[in-house]
Design a binder for this molecule. Structure first.
Ligand SMILES: [Zn+2]
Length: 275
């Protein structure tokens, strides 16, 4: 899968106006609108991350947490090395990576905030099953942050000035519903960053694609990605779940694309050695 082919899959819909606020997502080169500063969003995310750590019950399973950190470290290093070797600016230059494992079996989710603050919920470990499955989930979440999807989304909501997120919180809308269904204490907090709102279809597809590249560069077997999504699909029948389980694009569509990408990514992005 080359860039052009990827772009033909996801297309480009932004940047019709405010031209100088345009930039492109790394690797896929999809055009993005960014008028909200990354530094500001990262700082906001870091503050919310601290609150999440206080509110949620953190797991005492240090073995699992260490595995998460180890996978994370490999992904961090591979991303920086890849951009270094490609003579491109490292999009994670200002990241301050951090990992937590939240003890909540009901939540089959994981996320990565802008700036590299990561949470894995213990509920998703039943679906990831093994190291490659966990690396697939983490690669996907990290990809949202690397591609600055939250910056992009925040920029769009400034322009549209809809305020729907806040309205939703105060009116007991979909987010409160998620709160009730999952038992997460921090839905309101996370929604301030848009983390609980589904990313759009292009962003999800881009995160799938980039996530597989990052996992492959880090030496993980990305043939597990499609198996992971099959397991997700089975478990997720008829239920709606936040972020990772979000249905954009639909599970079938997602699985089809992941299948199409797998072999090419393995060939084009083999494990990278750190210089
Ligand atoms: Zn996603």
């Amino acid at each position: 899968m080359n860039r052009r082919k990827f772009l033909s899959y996801v297309g480009c819909g932004c940047c019709g106006f405010i031209l100088n606020s345009c930039s492109t997502a790394p690797i896929t080169e999809r055009k993005q609108l960014k008028i909200v500063s990354e530094a500001k969003l990262n700082a906001q995310a870091a503050a919310i991350y601290e609150k999440v750590k206080n509110k949620e019950k953190l797991s005492k399973d240090t073995k699992k947490l260490n595995e998460i950190k180890e996978i994370g470290k490999r992904i961090e290093n591979s991303i920086s090395e890849y951009f270094y070797q490609s003579n491109m600016e490292d999009p994670t230059k200002y990241f301050e990576w951090e990992y937590i494992l939240i003890d909540n079996k009901k939540v089959r989710n994981a996320w990565c905030m802008p700036g590299g603050k990561i949470a894995v919920y213990s509920g998703i470990l039943d679906v990831t099953k093994n190291e490659n499955g966990l690396a697939a989930v983490m690669g996907h979440e990290v990809a949202h942050a690397v591609a600055k999807h939250s910056v992009e989304r925040a920029s769009r909501s400034v322009i549209l000035n809809t305020g729907t997120q806040l309205i939703d919180i105060f009116s007991g809308g979909a987010l409160s519903q998620i709160n009730r269904n999952t038992g997460m204490n921090t839905v309101g907090l996370l929604s301030q960053l848009g983390i609980m709102n589904p990313f759009n279809r292009k962003q999800e597809s881009e995160a799938d694609y980039l996530g597989m590249i990052f996992s492959s560069l880090s030496g993980y077997d990305i043939r597990e990605t499609v198996k992971l999504w099959e397991r997700m699909k089975k478990l997720n029948k008829g239920k709606s779940q936040p972020e990772f389980m979000s249905t954009h694009p639909s599970a079938d569509n997602r699985i089809k694309k992941i299948n199409e990408w797998t072999n090419k990514i393995i060939l084009e992005y083999p494990p990278i050695s750190i210089s």
